[in-house]
Design a protein around this ligand. Structure first.
Ligand SMILES: NC(=O)C1=CN([C@@H]2O[C@H](COP(=O)(O)OP(=O)(O)OC[C@H]3O[C@@H](n4cnc5c(N)ncnc54)[C@H](O)[C@@H]3O)[C@@H](O)[C@H]2O)C=CC1
Ligand SMILES: CC(C)=CCC[C@@H](C)[C@H]1CC[C@H]2C3=C(CC[C@]12C)[C@@]1(C)CCC(=O)C[C@@H]1CC3
Length: 347
């Protein structure tokens, strides 16, 4: 049974990020008192108390944790940055620090933003259930490797004195997104989105940010004494699996760019991505470069990866608030600056 949270205070760690800021807005609407902790400042809101610091430093965290009912930990280095040391420091060591600081401050609840990628290693996942999918034995990148450590550490910390739960969104998109839309548009403007990787029939999940926020808030309202959600991980998606390339086509054409149309063999692209990763590793003592074509990106663009949300529906009362149609419309409308500058010339 959801606890009443009227005027309960929470701390959103990573609250200045894409998901974090939307989460703050959703929590405020729901009647929560919201504090934000982040290593940077990206927005102002008179309703929110901001604490600027590093989650890897307990002395930075403790002042922000005073009187907090629930922590939402949604901080991470940028997933595609490929900085192994930073991922390990923030996602693993930093999360252990957050847990210790929560216990020291007497905080009783933590909702972790994990990722559905923790069970993905490039092989197809179709309607994957949490209890049927082990953590990826061979994660495709350092980000995923450390998200596994982060989730495992967080769920193992669950006890009657400190309730934890992990939310696994997949492919979050929406207004103020820093990855999916900007990267896709950048590729389009460089003429790189005329290609389809594979046969174009791989089925995936994408999750509108408003639904991810909804799932997080439900999780916070449900964990506690005797809850079936304590210590568990939950897939949270739009529950509308779609061809990856249909989604990309709708996003691109919605922004005025042409649809992808030339098929390239998946295996060829994957081998090229592996080669580029090897070259990047060989030259790394001299120069750091992150190939835009990574094995993770190629795999995500060319294989099935969609997940079952039944456990979240059962234990958290989750169901998507925004449909994919509504979500794509809201997202496309929120990015006038991302539209194809050529479309005006042509009209
Ligand atoms: N974007 C996506 O498609 C998906 C994201 N996720 C997870 O959702 C969470 C949020 O992701 P986004 O909003 O996309 O990322 P983001 O990069 O927009 O936000 C992350 C925030 O964490 C903060 N942060 C990073 N290191 C910190 C530190 N040492 N101390 C304090 N704050 C720190 C950053 O300043 C940033 O504001 C992450 O945990 C990510 O792993 C999960 C599935 C999909
Ligand atoms: C046309 C084309 C191939 C566009 C590129 C789109 C990609 C930038 C995104 C497609 C799937 C996205 C994704 C993530 C980042 C952006 C994409 C690769 C994550 C890796 C972000 C962090 C996660 O936790 C998992 C996400 C999986 C999907």
């Amino acid at each position: 049974m959801a606890a009443s949270v009227k005027n309960k205070k929470c701390l959103v760690i990573g609250g200045c990020g894409f998901l974090g800021r939307h989460l703050c807005e959703g929590l405020l609407e729901r009647g929560w008192t919201v504090n934000v902790f982040d290593i940077r400042s990206t927005f102002e809101d008179s309703r929110i108390k901001f604490f600027i610091g590093d989650l890897c430093k307990k002395e930075d965290l403790l002042p922000a944790l005073e009187g907090v009912y629930c922590v939402f930990h949604c901080a991470s280095p940028a997933p595609l940055s490929n900085n192994k040391a930073l991922f390990y420091k923030v996602n693993y060591e930093g999360t252990r620090n957050v847990i210790e600081a929560c216990k020291e401050a007497g905080v009783k609840r933590m909702v972790l933003t994990s990722s559905a990628s923790v069970v993905y290693e490039g092989k197809g996942i179709r309607n994957g259930r949490e209890e049927e999918l082990p953590y990826a034995a061979k994660p495709l990148d350092y980000y995923t490797e450390t998200k596994i450590l982060q989730e495992r550490t967080s769920l193992e910390a669950n006890s009657d004195d400190f309730y934890t739960v992990a939310i696994r969104p997949h492919g979050i998109f929406g207004p103020r997104d820093l990855q999916l839309v900007p990267i896709t548009v950048d590729m389009a403007r460089k003429g790189k989105t005329k290609f389809i990787i594979g046969d174009g029939k791989n089925v995936v999940d994408f999750t509108y940010v408003g639904n991810v926020v909804h799932g997080h808030i439900l999780a916070a309202e449900h964990i506690g004494p005797g809850s079936p959600a304590n210590g568990k991980a939950y897939h949270i998606t739009n529950d509308e699996p779609i061809f990856f390339w249909t989604f990309m086509t709708r996003l691109l054409t919605g922004l005025g760019y042409p649809a992808p149309r030339i098929h390239l063999p998946y295996s060829l692209l994957y081998v090229v991505a592996l080669f580029l990763q090897f070259v990047a590793w060989i030259v790394s003592p001299l120069v750091i470069f992150t190939p835009s074509l990574s094995p993770m990106k190629v795999a995500l663009a060319g294989t099935d990866h969609f997940y079952n949300c039944e456990n979240a529906k059962r234990d958290l009362g989750y169901s998507p608030v925004f449909t994919l149609d509504q979500a794509l419309k809201l997202t496309i409308e929120s990015y006038p600056e991302m539209r194809n500058p050529e479309e005006k010339k042509g009209s």
